[in-house]
Design a protein around this ligand. Structure first.
Ligand code: C2O
Length: 546
C-alpha cells in the first residue's frame, strides 16, 4: 500500500452552459471536479485549500472511514467548515472497498458544482471478479442551475416554499443536445467494436433519481456502491442521488451504421415541482476508414414514463451480493437493536411577522420520526469526542415514531414536525435492524437514504405499511445487496441491517439536497470498542474550528 497525495484548491471558475456564463465554485477550476484514483489499502491525503468566500467541507461519499471519522466531511457533523483562506487535510485509508465512489461538498447546496469521482482499483495483483474491461469511463450525472444554487435553497428556506428546479440535467457536466443552446455541450463516448467498456455511473444530481439507457445496447451490472454484485443484464438502469453503479458495455462486434443516444431523465415527479427534461450523451463507434458520419442515423432509446414505480422496483430487486467464499456477505443474522424510522415531508410553523409560502402558510420541512434535525453550531463529533454534548445534542433520538399512524392511508391533519438535534447512541458492535418507512405525508415520494461510515444490507423491501408480523419472514439474510444509499420506495418501506463496528458520529439522511436542507437527517453515535483498533483516533491538529 502507498500514500497518494492530492491538492484541492477551492476556486471560482467561469463556466458557460445553456448560454449562461457564471462563476461557479470548483475544485482546481474543473467541472465536474478532478478524478481521485486509488487502490484498496492505500492512504489518501487530500489537502483542501479554500480560496472562495463560502465556507466548505468535502465528503468522501461511501468511504467507510474506519477510525478516521474526522475525515468524513459533513459540515457540523464531523467537522466545522473550512473557512475562507483556511486549509484542512483529509487523511484516510481505503479498507475493504473496491469500485466506484465519489466525493462532494457537504454544506448547503455546494455539491451542485463541487463533486467528482473516487475510483478504487483492486489491490495490486488482484483482479475484478469479471474479465478486465478494455477501458473504464466515469459517467457522472448532475444538475445545472442558471441561478446560484445556494441562492435557490436559501430562498426556499426563507419563504418555506419548494425551491426552483435546475435548468438541466448533465452528463459529465454537459446537458447535451436536447436542451436549448446546448448542442456543443454534449458528452461523446467513442468506442471500438467488439470491446468491453466499464462505465462507472455516479448520480451526483441534487434532487432526482434517474433512469438511464443507451439505445440498442444492453448493460451488465457488476458493482454498486463499491461492492461487487451478482452480474445481471438490463437495458434500463435506475440510479438515485448518492448511488454509484458499475456496468459493462459490450460493443457490437461489427461497427453499426448508426450512433446512439445515451439518455437519462427523472423517475419521479412527486410534488409536481420536478422537471422531467432529458440529458443526452452520444455513443459513437470509431470506424476505419471513417465512413460518412453525418449520414449515420442517431438512434434514441425510449425511457420509462414518469413515476414508473413498477420498473423502478423491479430494477432495485435485481441487486444481490456475490456472497461467495471470496466475497462473503457478512449479514448480521441476529439483531441486538431494532429501530423503526418514518421518513417523509412535513411542515414547520411560520415565524411571526413572516408570510410563508409552504403548505397552509407553513414552511416545508422534512423529518425522521417526526424530528427535523437542526444543525448545531459546533461539530457533533467534537462534542462527542471531548464529552461536551451539553447544549449541542441530546442522545434521545426515538427508536420508533412518536405518533404512529397508517402511513399509506389518510395522513394525519397535523403535519408539523419538531426541530431538534438528537442522536442514537450505540455500543460498539451492536447489530442494528432498521425499518425505513415512507410516510407519504404531503405527497408520496421516494427518498434515497444514505448512511455515512457504513455499508448496510438491504434485507427487505415492500409497498404499503411495513408489517412486523409478516414481512420479516421474507427477509433475505443470504445474499442481500450491500450498499450505502437505498431508495425508500414512495408509499413503501425498506429494511436494512448493519453492524456498528465503526466508532464515531455518522449522519444518515435523504440524498435529495432539498430534503436534506429541510431537515431529513439524523445522527448515529457509535461508541469506542475495547481494542485499540476499535477506537476513534484523536482529531488532526488542523481540524477547522467553528
Ligand atoms: Cu453523499 Cu451525506 O452524502
Amino acid at each position: 500500500s502507498i500514500t497518494r497525495h492530492y491538492k484541492f484548491n477551492i476556486e471560482l471558475k467561469n463556466v458557460t452552459r445553456l448560454c449562461h456564463t457564471k462563476g461557479i465554485i470548483t475544485v482546481n477550476g474543473m467541472f465536474p471536479g478532478p478524478r481521485v484514483v486509488t487502490r484498496e489499502g492505500d492512504r489518501l491525503v487530500v489537502k483542501v485549500v479554500n480560496h472562495v468566500s463560502n465556507n466548505i467541507t468535502i465528503h468522501w461519499h461511501g468511504v467507510r472511514q474506519l477510525q478516521s471519522g474526522w475525515a468524513d466531511g459533513p459540515a457540523y457533523i464531523t467537522q466545522c467548515p473550512i473557512q475562507t483562506n483556511q486549509t484542512y487535510v483529509y487523511n484516510f485509508t481505503i479498507v475493504g472497498q473496491t469500485g466506484t465512489l465519489w466525493w462532494h461538498a457537504h454544506l448547503s447546496w455546494l455539491r451542485a458544482t463541487v463533486y467528482g469521482p473516487l475510483i478504487i482499483l483492486p489491490r495490486r495483483n488482484t483482479s475484478y471478479p469479471f474479465a478486465k474491461p478494455y477501458k473504464e469511463i466515469p459517467i457522472l450525472f448532475g444538475e445545472w442551475f442558471n441561478a446560484d444554487p445556494m441562492a435557490v435553497i436559501n430562498q426556499s428556506l426563507l419563504t418555506g416554499a419548494g425551491p426552483n428546479v435546475s435548468d438541466a440535467y448533465t452528463l459529465n457536466g454537459l446537458p447535451g443536445p436536447l436542451y436549448n443552446c446546448s448542442g456543443k455541450d454534449t458528452f461523446k463516448l467513442k468506442v471500438k467494436p467488439g470491446k468491453t467498456y466499464m462505465l462507472r455511473l455516479i448520480n451526483a444530481a441534487l434532487n432526482e433519481e434517474l433512469f438511464f439507457r443507451i439505445a440498442n445496447h444492453t448493460l451488465t451490472v457488476v458493482e454498486a456502491d463499491a461492492v461487487y454484485v451478482k452480474p445481471f443484464k438490463t437495458s434500463i438502469l435506475l440510479i438515485s442521488p448518492g448511488q454509484t453503479t458499475n456496468v459493462l458495455l459490450k460493443t457490437k462486434s461489427n461497427p453499426p451504421n448508426a450512433t446512439f443516444f445515451m439518455l437519462a431523465r427523472p423517475y419521479f415527479t412527486g410534488m409536481g415541482t420536478f422537471d422531467n427534461s432529458t440529458v443526452a450523451g452520444i455513443l459513437e463507434y470509431e470506424q476505419t476508414p471513417s465512413t460518412n458520419l453525418k449520414n449515420r442515423p442517431l438512434l434514441k432509446p425510449s425511457l420509462p414514463p414518469i413515476n414508473a414505480t413498477n420498473i423502478a422496483a423491479n430494477f432495485s430487486s435485481k441487486f444481490r451480493s456475490l456472497a461467495n467464499s471470496q466475497f462473503p456477505a457478512n449479514v448480521p443474522q441476529s439483531v441486538d437493536k431494532k429501530f423503526f424510522f418514518t421518513i417523509g415531508l412535513g411542515s414547520s410553523p411560520c415565524p411571526k411577522n413572516q408570510t410563508c409560502q409552504g403548505p397552509n402558510g407553513t414552511k416545508f420541512a422534512a423529518s425522521v420520526n417526526n424530528i427535523s434535525m437542526a444543525l448545531p453550531t459546533t461539530a457533533l463529533l467534537q462534542a462527542h469526542f471531548f464529552g461536551q454534548s451539553n447544549g449541542v445534542y441530546t442522545p434521545d433520538f426515538p427508536t420508533n415514531p412518536l405518533d404512529p399512524f397508517n402511513y399509506t392511508g389518510t395522513p394525519p391533519n397535523n403535519t408539523l414536525v419538531m426541530n431538534g438535534t438528537k442522536a442514537v447512541v450505540l455500543p460498539f458492535n451492536t447489530t442494528v435492524e432498521l425499518v425505513l418507512q415512507d410516510t407519504s405525508i404531503l405527497g408520496a415520494e421516494s427518498h434515497p437514504l444514505h448512511l455515512h461510515g457504513y455499508n448496510f444490507f438491504v434485507v427487505g423491501q415492500g409497498f404499503g405499511n411495513f408489517d412486523p408480523k409478516k414481512d420479516p419472514a421474507n427477509f433475505n439474510l443470504v445474499d442481500p445487496v450491500e450498499r450505502n444509499t437505498i431508495g425508500i420506495p414512495s408509499g413503501g418501506w425498506v429494511v436494512i441491517r448493519f453492524r456498528a463496528d465503526n466508532p464515531g458520529v455518522w449522519l444518515m439522511h435523504c440524498h435529495f439536497d432539498v430534503h436534506l436542507s429541510w431537515g431529513l437527517r439524523m445522527a448515529w453515535i457509535v461508541l469506542d470498542g475495547k481494542l485499540p483498533n476499535q477506537k476513534l483516533l484523536p482529531p488532526p491538529a488542523d481540524l477547522p474550528k467553528c
